[in-house]
Each structure stands twice: as structure tokens, then as C-alpha cells.
Design a protein around this ligand. Structure first.
Ligand SMILES: [Cu+2]
Length: 68
């Protein structure tokens, strides 16, 4: 298992939090996802077959791209 924290500036309300948590949790291999509207950060715990590339691609796809 791997833990990552991403900065996602587009998070600004509980709806964003809910969307991100629901979508990322659907990725196979993701064990936990916690988004925070105050800090605009997303904590994710995952293992195979999920990967940082897949998670970042998904976040970009749903219009919550990870800050570089
Ligand atoms: Cu929102």
C-alpha cells in the first residue's frame, strides 16, 4: 500500500469532495480517499492495480487536476 497527498486547487465545496471521493474510490486498488475543501488536498491510500498515473489521469478527467 502507498499513501499520497495531492494538492487539488479546484476543490471548493462539499460537492467537489463528494465527487472526488466517489470517483477515486471506484478505481480498483484504491483503499481510502479523503478530500478536504479547506486545505484543497486529497489523501489517497492505494495498491495494485491502481497507480499514481491512473489516479492523476482520473482526477484530470473529472476536472479536478492535481497541481504540478
Ligand atoms: Cu464544489
Amino acid at each position: 500500500m502507498k499513501t499520497v497527498t495531492y494538492s487539488v486547487p479546484a476543490i471548493n465545496c462539499m460537492h467537489c469532495v463528494h465527487t472526488i471521493q466517489t470517483e477515486v474510490a471506484d478505481l480498483v486498488g484504491v483503499q481510502s480517499v479523503k478530500a478536504d475543501a479547506a486545505t484543497k488536498k486529497v489523501d489517497i491510500i492505494f495498491g495494485d492495480p491502481a497507480s499514481e498515473e491512473k489516479i492523476k489521469a482520473l482526477l484530470a478527467e473529472i476536472n479536478y487536476p492535481v497541481a504540478a
